[in-house]
Every structure is written in structure tokens, then in C-alpha cells.
Design a protein. Structure first.
Lengths: 310, 362
């Protein structure tokens, strides 16, 4: 009809505008979108794995089906490839006769769960200690820095191996062993952020109104310094999977039958030139999952970069 | 310097307490026992090492974890420090050695191989990453940039051990280089492979590193064989560090090229090459040098995986065997050496950084 009174248009402001802008930036970057699809896809697959695949199948050995390959789409330049009787196994079978594709799907939730546990715990410990050290300053800050220096003097894998040697071989000990070298990174990260944020005028204003240090730290400083931590967390999910599966590969797993990506590669060591699919496909899965999280982390960093914000 | 001493003491204390506190007392004694000792001799040795209390009645009481028979941990630590200061790290418990070789000898025998891998991988990393990062930054958002970014991301996400096996599969199965025995030691010490292709005679040992020693001894077939045996492990090892260094060089070069002085240099009419290499690169190198300490740390961690995959006789392989049999002394020695290497590297990096950046003066 005819235009009547002016309809006031509600402009997007503040947080909603930032998120919309961030989403626009995100959509413009195809590589990041691919990475987030991979990452989200692997999480969804991990959550649904017990529905897709029978979760008890990794304990069943079918020796008649060992090391066979009957996927017609690809053939290996290996002599004496045993053809599987019965059903088609798209990725072949392993040395206990279990379907490799099902093993890989079963391995995803374990890897994801442990990786998330480690990353979240490392972040909590690191952020707590780091922000405390930065805010309090002085001797406490020095002491915590020296402690992180000790942990930075050894590569993560070496420290994890040392811890695993002394503790037994269980999943809980593996989680602790990878957590121990990981938390100091977050301490340093949050410490440098909080140190620079602490000098801002608004912190002084808050202090002068009588806000308690804990309130200032958690309600005001931390939300402004959290972005690098989020980026690091996303990247670390992939890196922890790499370290953790490397530990399993080296032989620290509690059960050689356990469906875990590094463990599946260990099975294939004796058959490198006779059944190469045992190593190729689990490793390829690790590569794809870690690549997805690394791409996602890069994208998050690009999107949340303060210099690109309006 | 004080940092080095503090870190070494702290690490040795932590590892010592964890190891000897969590494990049964026989493990502490095992590296010092020769195979034919009687129980009386073992008890005397345990008491002289400070592992067993002086009042311990018998070796059976000691090994049954009688709490009055085992000396307190701080006392054991002091005695252990004394032994280590004299160079006595006990006998190696690694499989295949059966306590015949001293831990120190095993370590120093294997260390040059790992050094060879690490030095080779560092050279490859720096030689390839800098040009790639510079090309990526100067051709920003064009095809070489995208290609190298994706390659760097893939290299950064690879599991090293998988890549090592993939290299072996490609070379042996698809390119038909060498037979099945190539690169495949069974993991036991005796069949590890530093010369995998032929038996080219012998060399004199100068540094312990086969590549250098063979050149110094004039035995060129040996050099060629050891070079070929080292190439694939170096490629596998350096891919991850190569990728992260490329990304850092790229981002710091892009940062440097955005600066005002680059605009001035271009407007003065300087050639692009001079602008990039003489002006921008010098300032872009600083973050890359800072991160080289971290890269070296990643290399030393990756060495463990690479040596296991290629059955390469270095200390990375040995630490995996040592953790299976819980050889505490080897563990301590390895940890202390790696820690001192990394702390010294970081100190050198800081000093180089202070020299290169005139804004920093201690």
C-alpha cells in the first residue's frame, strides 16, 4: 500500500553486530569452512559411532578373516593379498580379522573424548595459574614462571614417555601423562595477556570503586583476554590427538586390541609391506581429523583477530 | 646459566622421586648388579649405594619392600648425585644387552646418530622454510601462497610415524627401491639399520656420526649408503617443523612488508629484491629465530618416533626400549641431556636475538 509512518528499524549493535561480522568473515574463507565441516563432522561421527557400529566388535577375533582386502576400487602392489570371504570390507581387515572401517569409527570417540578432557583440563589449570600469577605479580609470579620453565625444558612427547614409564599403562595414566606437559603453554599465554590488560584504565577504575580482585579478574579481565586461549584450545585438540596417538603407537596402550587410532597403526607395523592398509587408513584418519581442527583454529584466529574487527 | 642448573636439578629431582618412589626397590638396584652376584653381595651393594638402609638384615627383606629396609629417598638422591658426578650411571638394562654395557657408553654410542638426524632435519627445515615463507609473503594471496599454506597446514597435521611408514611404502612398494628388508629392523638392537643398502667396509670413528666419519675416512661408498639411509628419516622428521617455520616466516614477512619503511624504500626506487632481502627480511627474521628454540624441541621429540619407525640406532629408539624395561638410569641420563640441550639452545637464541635486535639490551 502506501507508505505510512516510519517504522523504526532496530539496528544491530554491540555483541550481535560483532558476531554477524565474524560470521561474514568466516563464510568468506573456504578453507576455514572446509576445516570446520571436517571438525564438526568428526565430532558428530564420534558421538554417533555407538549407533553406527556395534561397540563390542573390537573384542571379537575372527582369525579366518585376517589381513584380507577385497575392495575392488583400489589394489595394492603387494603379492598374496588374501581375498575376504563373505561380505565386502571397504578398508580391509586387520590382523585379528576385524573390519578396519568399523575399528576406525569406533576409535574416534575415544580419541575425541580423551583429547577434549586433556585440553579442557589444561586450559582450566593453565588459565587459573596464569591469571593468578599475572594479577598478583611479585614472588608468586616468579615462582610459577620457574615451574613452567622446568616443563618447557623437555619436549612434550619425552615428558609424557617418562611419566608413562613410571605410572602403569591405563587410559587415566595416559591422560595424565599428556596433560602434564600441556598446561604450561596456557599459563604463559594467559599471563602475557593479563599482564598487558592489567594496566588498562578500566581496571584501575574498577579497583577504585572497590571491586574485589577476584571479581575484576573473572568478570572483566578474563573475558577480554580469552580469545587467544580459544584459538590455542582449538589448535590443541588436534595436537593432543597427535601426541596421544603417538604414545599409543609407541606401545603404551593398555590393551593391544583397544580401538584407538595410534593402536591400530601399531598393529600394522609387522605388516608394512604385506598389508599396508593397516597403517595407511588409521593414519589418514588422524591426518584428516587433526587437519580439520587446525584449519578451524586458524579460521577462529583470523575471525577473532582484534585488528580485523570494525 | 643459573637457569640451566636450576632446571637440571629440578628435573633430576622430580624424575628421581617419581621413579624411585613409585617403583619397587629392586628397580633402583638393578642397573648396578652384575649377573653373577650372590644375595649377600647384592645387599652389600645396595647398602653402599644408599638404596638399602645400613640396618637391613637380608636381601630378601630388601626386595620384599620391608619399609625399614629401604633408605629414605633424599638420602638415595644424595648418593646418586655423588655416583653421577663420578660418571657412574650403572649398567644398561636395555633388551639385548643383559647388563653388560655401561649406560654411559650405550648413550654416547647412540647419541651421534640422533645428532645426525637432528642436525640434518634442522638444516633442511631452515633451508626450505625461509625461501618458502618469503615467496609466500611476497606473492600474497596468489597461487604459490595458497599452495604453500595448504602444504604447511597438511605437514603440520601429519602424524610423523604414519608419514615415515608412508615414505617406506611408497619407496619400497611403488618405486621398488630396495627389498623388504630395507628400513625394517625388527626393533631389537641387533638388527637396527644405519647402513641399509650395502656392506661398504669400515671407517675410523672421529665423531661417531657415520656421514661425517665416512667422509673423513675417505670411504665414499659408506658415505653414500649412510646418506641414503638417513634421507628418509630426515624428510619424515623435518616436515612438521618445516611447516610451522614456514607459517611463521610468512606471517612475520607480511608484517614487515606492511611497515612504512618498506613504502619509503620502494618510493626511493630501490629494486624489489633489495627491499625484500635487505630491509624487510632482517626485521622478519627475529620472530623466526625466537621460535627456533621451540622447533628444536619439537625435533627432539619427533626423533623418538622417527627412529622407532625407521629402526634407526639412536637414543630415541633406546628411550622407548628403556621405558619398556624401566631402566631408570638411562631415563635420567636421557632426560638431563635433552633438558640441557634445550635450555642451552634457548639461551643461545636469546643471545642471538639480543645481538640482532638493537632495541633489546640486557
Amino acid at each position: 500500500m502506501t507508505e505510512t509512518e516510519e517504522v523504526p528499524v532496530k539496528a544491530l549493535t554491540g555483541r550481535r553486530a560483532e558476531l554477524k561480522h565474524a560470521y561474514t568473515l568466516y563464510k568468506q574463507n573456504p578453507v576455514v569452512v572446509a576445516g570446520s565441516i571436517i571438525a564438526v563432522g568428526s565430532v558428530v561421527l564420534a558421538l554417533l559411532s555407538n549407533v553406527i557400529v556395534n561397540p563390542n566388535i573390537w573384542q571379537v577375533e575372527q582369525l579366518g578373516l585376517r589381513l584380507c582386502w577385497n575392495n575392488p576400487a583400489f589394489s595394492w602392489p603387494v603379492t598374496n593379498v588374501f581375498d575376504c570371504p563373505g561380505a565386502t570390507y571397504p578398508l580391509g581387515t586387520d590382523s585379528w580379522g576385524r573390519d578396519l572401517l568399523q575399528m576406525i569409527i569406533l576409535a574416534l570417540p575415544l580419541d575425541m573424548e580423551i583429547s577434549l578432557t586433556i585440553v579442557v583440563s589444561a586450559t582450566l589449570i593453565g588459565v587459573a595459574l596464569g591469571s593468578f600469577a599475572a594479577y598478583v605479580g611479585g614472588k608468586v609470579d616468579e615462582a610459577i614462571l620457574r615451574v613452567t620453565d622446568i616443563f618447557f625444558a623437555l619436549p612434550a612427547l619425552v615428558l609424557a614417555i617418562v611419566v608413562m614409564t613410571i605410572l602403569g599403562r591405563t587410559i587415566m595414566n595416559l591422560t595424565i601423562a599428556v596433560l602434564i606437559p600441556w598446561w604450561p603453554i596456557y599459563v604463559r599465554l594467559i599471563r602475557s595477556q593479563v599482564l598487558s590488560e592489567k594496566e588498562r584504565p578500566y581496571v584501575e577504575a574498577l579497583r577504585s570503586t572497590g571491586a574485589s580482585p577476584i571479581r575484576i579478574l573473572f568478570l572483566h579481565i578474563l573475558p577480554n583476554t580469552i580469545y587467544p586461549v580459544i584459538v590455542q584450545m582449538t589448535l590443541d585438540i588436534g595436537n593432543v590427538i597427535l601426541t596421544f596417538s603417538a604414545l599409543m603407537f609407541l606401545g603404551f596402550s593398555p590393551n593391544p586390541l583397544l580401538p584407538e587410532l595410534g593402536n591400530l597403526v601399531t598393529e600394522g607395523i609387522s605388516y608394512v609391506f604385506t598389508a599396508p592398509w593397516l597403517i595407511v587408513f588409521p593414519g589418514l584418519t588422524i591426518l584428516i581429523v587433526v587437519l580439520g581442527f587446525n584449519l578451524l583454529g586458524d579460521g577462529v584466529r583470523d575471525v577473532l583477530d582484534p585488528r580485523l574487527r570494525r | 646459566m643459573f637457569l640451566l642448573i636450576f632446571v637440571l636439578f629440578a628435573i633430576s629431582l622430580i624424575v628421581f622421586y617419581m621413579a624411585r618412589g613409585a617403583l619397587p626397590p629392586e628397580y633402583s638396584l638393578a642397573p648396578y648388579i652384575t649377573p653373577r652376584m650372590t644375595d649377600v653381595q647384592k645387599l652389600q651393594l645396595a647398602q653402599s649405594l644408599g638404596v638399602a638402609a645400613a640396618s637391613c638384615p637380608s636381601y630378601q627383606a630388601f626386595s620384599s619392600h620391608d619399609p625399614q629396609c629401604v633408605a629414605p629417598l633424599w638420602g638415595q638422591y644424595v648418593v646418586w648425585l655423588g655416583l653421577v658426578a663420578q660418571g657412574n650411571w650403572g649398567y644398561s638394562q636395555l633388551p639385548g644387552l643383559a647388563g653388560t654395557a655401561r649406560t654411559w657408553d650405550v648413550f654416547t654410542g647412540r647419541f651421534p646418530f640422533t645428532a645426525q638426524l637432528a642436525i640434518g632435519a634442522s638444516i633442511v627445515t631452515f633451508v626450505i622454510a625461509f625461501p618458502m615463507g618469503i615467496i609466500s609473503a611476497t606473492q600474497n594471496n596468489k597461487l604459490p601462497d595458497h599452495a604453500s599454506r595448504i602444504a604447511a597446514l597438511v605437514g603440520y597435521s601429519l602424524p610423523i610415524y604414519w608419514f615415515g611408514y608412508m615414505l617406506q611404502i611408497v619407496f619400497v612398494l611403488y618405486l621398488a627401491v630396495g627389498g623388504k628388508g630395507l628400513f625394517q629392523g625388527s626393533g631389537a638392537l641387533a638388527t637396527e639399520c644405519a647402513i641399509c643398502f650395502s656392506s661398504p667396509g669400515s671407517i675410523n670413528t672421529f665423531t661417531g656420526m657415520p656421514i661425517l666419519d665416512s667422509v673423513l675416512s675417505g670411504n665414499l661408498p659408506y658415505f653414500w649408503d649412510s646418506f641414503l639411509s638417513t634421507v628418509l628419516p630426515i624428510i619424515a622428521l623435518s616436515l612438521a617443523t618445516l611447516s610451522s617455520l614456514t607459517r611463521i616466516v610468512r606471517s612475520s614477512m607480511m608484517e614487515a612488508l606492511r611497515q612504512d619503511y618498506v613504502l619509503l624504500a620502494r618510493s626511493k626506487g630501490l629494486r624489489e629484491r633489495v627491499v625484500v632481502y635487505r630491509h624487510a627480511l632482517r626485521n622478519a627474521m627475529l620472530p623466526a629465530i625466537t621460535v627456533s628454540g621451540v622447533i628444536f624441541s619439537t625435533l627432539l621429540g619427533g626423533v623418538v618416533l622417527t627412529e622407532t619407525v625407521f629402526a634407526y640406532p639412536g637414543i630415541g629408539q633406546a628411550i622407548v626400549s628403556a621405558s619398556l624395561v624401566v631402566d631408570i638410569n638411562f631415563l635420567e641420563l636421557y632426560v638431563l641431556v635433552i633438558a640441557s640441550i634445550l635450555v642451552i639452545t634457548n639461551l643461545c637464541v636469546d643471545m642471538i636475538y639480543a645481538v640482532l635486535d638493537p632495541r633489546i639490551r640486557y
